[in-house]
Design a protein around this ligand. Structure first.
Ligand SMILES: NC(=O)c1ccc[n+]([C@@H]2O[C@H](COP(=O)([O-])OP(=O)(O)OC[C@H]3O[C@@H](n4cnc5c(N)ncnc54)[C@H](OP(=O)(O)O)[C@@H]3O)[C@@H](O)[C@H]2O)c1
Length: 259
């Protein structure tokens, strides 16, 4: 089966391409770096020729409110119209758990617009909503840093490994279109302040997390359960502590060379 991964060079995209190829599929990594652009349409029609499925795991180069909205609207419209022209039978997109609860953020307004364009199109679709990736946890703390302190609310969060995200998306991509949304998440819930504290400790980062019920997640207010999926979510297996141990392991020192 030919499966085109738009954003196939990114964090999730590159893992997804590898997994689909391992299963014997003809997975094409499509992105500006490989000559395919969903904004300008360069190389797009050609990439989609003969494709059964298109998976959209792009991200916007800018997260500024107007820029990110323009990116996801333009890119999604271009993908859906080119897919219709080429007879693609399944559009899969990666979105974020809780998007409709996070609309104070321009990024989530853009993801919401992306989801709505997909739902309104004639192409059979599946939307996979994932929780925050483990790989993204550090940047949550970085974003809220004020000097040596990081004020964060104790909201619940259920992050997952990018590798488990890619596995879940690959399963959806090779299955029949859901014409609906599925949620995926990690195996454990944390409080956001506690999660960032664990991450800082493992990285020997001296910044201090301050538990602050008025603190923000990426600049916006969140309720206690805004970031977590519902009980039907499909859960990944990798635990945060396990992943953290691996990702903070020091590279072995090179052996000393004789003088
Ligand atoms: N971060 C999280 O915790 C989280 C949680 C849930 C869902 N998500 C969603 O997961 C998706 C993928 O995230 P990621 O971290 O894997 O992204 P990423 O590593 O930033 O990769 C973004 C990809 O988009 C491609 N791209 C950018 N502009 C493009 C264009 N004009 N045409 C085609 N491709 C373009 C990039 O291509 P080049 O390499 O060629 O520039 C790259 O392959 C995003 O939509 C995000 O909203 C993220």
């Amino acid at each position: 089966m030919k499966i085109v991964i738009i954003g196939g060079t990114g964090l999730i995209g590159s893992k997804l391409v590898r997994k689909l190829r391992e299963q014997g599929h003809d997975a094409l990594a499509a992105s500006p770096n490989t000559g395919v652009n969903s904004i300008t349409c360069e190389g797009l029609a050609n990439a989609l020729k003969g494709a059964s499925v298109v998976v959209d795991v792009t991200n916007s180069p800018s997260w500024e409110d107007a820029a990110v909205l323009k990116f996801f609207e333009t890119s999604t419209r271009n993908l859906l119209s080119n897919e219709a022209a080429e007879g693609v039978g399944h559009h899969v997109a990666l979105s974020v758990v809780g998007t409709e609860r996070l609309l104070e953020s321009g990024f989530f307004r853009a993801k919401f617009a992306q989801e709505n364009l997909i739902k309104a199109s004639s192409i059979p679709y599946s939307i996979v909503r994932a929780t925050q990736f483990f790989e993204f946890v550090k940047s949550i703390g970085d974003f809220s840093t004020d000097g040596n302190k990081i004020p964060l609310p104790p909201a619940l969060i259920q992050p997952m490994a990018a590798d488990d995200v890619a596995s879940a998306v690959s399963r959806v991509a090779v299955g029949p279109p859901l014409n609906g949304t599925v949620e995926i998440g990690g195996p454990e819930k944390f409080h956001l302040d506690e999660l960032i504290r664990m991450d800082l400790t493992a990285r020997k980062d001296p910044r201090k997390v301050i538990t602050d019920p008025q603190g923000r997640y990426y600049g916006i207010k969140v309720t206690e359960r805004a970031l977590i999926p519902d009980d039907n979510a499909r859960l990944g297996e990798t635990r945060f502590e396990e992943w953290l141990k691996q990702s903070t392991k020091q590279a072995p020192r090179p052996a000393l060379q004789p003088a």
